[in-house]
Design a protein around this ligand. Structure first.
Ligand SMILES: Cc1cc2nc3c(=O)[nH]c(=O)nc-3n(C[C@H](O)[C@H](O)[C@H](O)COP(=O)(O)OP(=O)(O)OC[C@H]3O[C@@H](n4cnc5c(N)ncnc54)[C@H](O)[C@@H]3O)c2cc1C
Length: 418
């Protein structure tokens, strides 16, 4: 078997799916390779919902807009009270991604990873992928690394950024079902009447809501007394309350998605310690669940219905590209001739230390297409959270809407060059 494509995208997270969708729509022979047997990456594997709202002047949003319409048909999308259309269902959306790609004629290769390659100077000629016991040599004009951890670029011996300033903790997200949302919404509206961080929204007969609490002291958290009591009574460990955020889920009545716990002491250079940290995070989920069940109205008859199969890693390897995009470009709102996206999402740096996290609000900024073109290979693009950006600007650019725009911008660039 010798397979030939115009473009091969490795990694089926939102960046890779958007790129594959837009390439195939332009009639390029397109293959999306994914190591799991489902698409969505962090969205479906790490249960990361909703899409963080971007400003209205973003570009390269065709994929996102079509996704919203598809998801609506599959009962897996709602538009929240602030106009955010990206409240998706992280389970049902797997099917949405499949259908979108099949409808535009993209090939998908699940359960495969790149294992070796052939190059001619700074052009990649062929990549071999493993599938079960098979080795699949695949020839393509262009390759795209959308693996969320630069796995293709590692194989290709590309150059990486080395400016990581701190370790941002990953999270292990989970879902609790059987929640009485009426009772929870009433409670939250009562304790957080000035709407410090709580929002509640009634769509027809369905309640949607969101609230948060962290152990950082920079904000007056309405839930603080409940967390403090639970720590005092030994129901929660102090670190369990480092970060707590909940959202209801489109198409899942009476369910709440938890954007926590933060995984403490995850050290990517120490595999056994990291595995112990994941085990401890799963234990933390049980403590957080017991806390909400016993301290927060609405959770009395609830149960844990899902624990994410994958941990959500905010921080990743980042690949050196033709333009080194830095936090100064972002803060100075530097203008570029070929922007891939426009965003105003803040610089969102998570820390596992108390008062160590920062959320720095910024004005509208652009990322140039050159920060998505590999420095080492002429026919390699880098998209998603591994793009050619420094540590701090990645903390703003990694949100899903930006990753999708990167994929779309690269598809346009490939189409122009093909
Ligand atoms: C805990 C957490 C919370 C977040 N919260 C939000 C939020 O609320 N809203 C928001 O908009 N953004 C949020 N983000 C950011 C956002 O979700 C991610 O940055 C974004 O989804 C990353 O998309 P991606 O396509 O770059 O990578 P990924 O989603 O990581 O996708 C990469 C894909 O590549 C596959 N892959 C990996 N290695 C290989 C290989 N060797 N071969 C083939 N395939 C491979 C993986 O299986 C995966 O499917 C959050 C991130 C985290 C981690």
């Amino acid at each position: 078997m010798n397979l030939k494509y115009d473009v091969v995208i490795v990694g089926g997270g939102v960046a890779g799916i958007s790129c594959a969708y837009n390439c195939a729509k332009k009639k390029l022979r397109t293959l999306l390779v994914e190591k799991e047997n489902y698409l969505g990456g962090d969205v479906t594997g790490a249960l990361v919902v909703p899409v963080m709202k971007n400003n209205n002047s973003n570009i390269n949003c065709d994929f996102y807009n079509v996704l919203v319409n598809y998801a609506k048909k599959f009962d897996s999308q709602i538009t929240y009270s602030d106009g955010n259309t990206g409240w998706f269902n992280p389970i049902l959306i797997k099917n949405v991604f499949d259908q979108m790609l099949k409808n535009v004629g993209a090939d998908i290769l699940f359960e495969s990873v790149p294992v070796n390659f052939k190059k001619n100077e700074n052009f990649i000629e062929k990549v071999n992928f493993s599938f079960e016991a098979l080795s699949l040599p695949i020839v393509s004009k262009y390759f795209v690394d959308a693996t969320g951890n630069a796995e293709l670029s590692k194989l290709l011996n590309c150059e990486f950024w080395s400016d990581t300033q701190m370790t941002q903790p990953p999270s292990l997200r989970f879902i609790v079902s059987g929640v009485d949302l009426e009772s929870l919404a009433n409670f939250l509206e009562e304790i957080d009447s000035d709407k410090n961080v709580t929002t509640t929204y009634r769509i027809d007969s369905q309640i949607h809501l969101s609230t948060a609490y962290t152990w950082d002291t920079n904000k007056k958290w309405a839930l603080a007394p409940y967390f403090e009591k639970a720590v005092k009574e030994g129901v929660l460990k102090d670190t369990d309350r480092a970060y707590f955020q909940i959202f209801t889920i489109a198409g899942m009545a009476n369910s709440v998605a938890f954007n926590c716990p933060r995984i403490q002491n995850y050290d990517k250079n120490n595999p056994i310690e990291s595995s112990n940290a994941i085990i401890e995070a799963r234990a933390s989920i049980y403590r957080i669940y017991n806390f909400v069940k016993n301290y927060i109205p609405g959770f009395e008859n609830s149960y844990i219905s899902n624990i994410a199969p994958k941990i959500g890693k905010r921080e990743t390897k980042r690949v050196k590209c033709k333009y080194d995009y830095t936090i100064n470009d972002l803060l100075e709102q530097k203008q570029f001739d070929n922007p891939a996206l426009v965003s105003d999402y803040p610089v969102d740096i998570h820390s596992d230390k108390k008062d160590g996290s920062t959320l720095h609000k910024v004005c509208s900024y652009m990322l140039p297409i050159e920060s998505l073109k590999s420095k080492d290979y002429e026919n390699l693009y880098i998209i998603g959270k591994i793009a050619g950006t420094d540590f701090k600007s990645q903390a703003a650019l990694r949100v899903q809407s930006s990753c999708m725009s990167m994929g779309e911008a690269v598809a346009k660039d490939i189409f122009q060059n093909c």
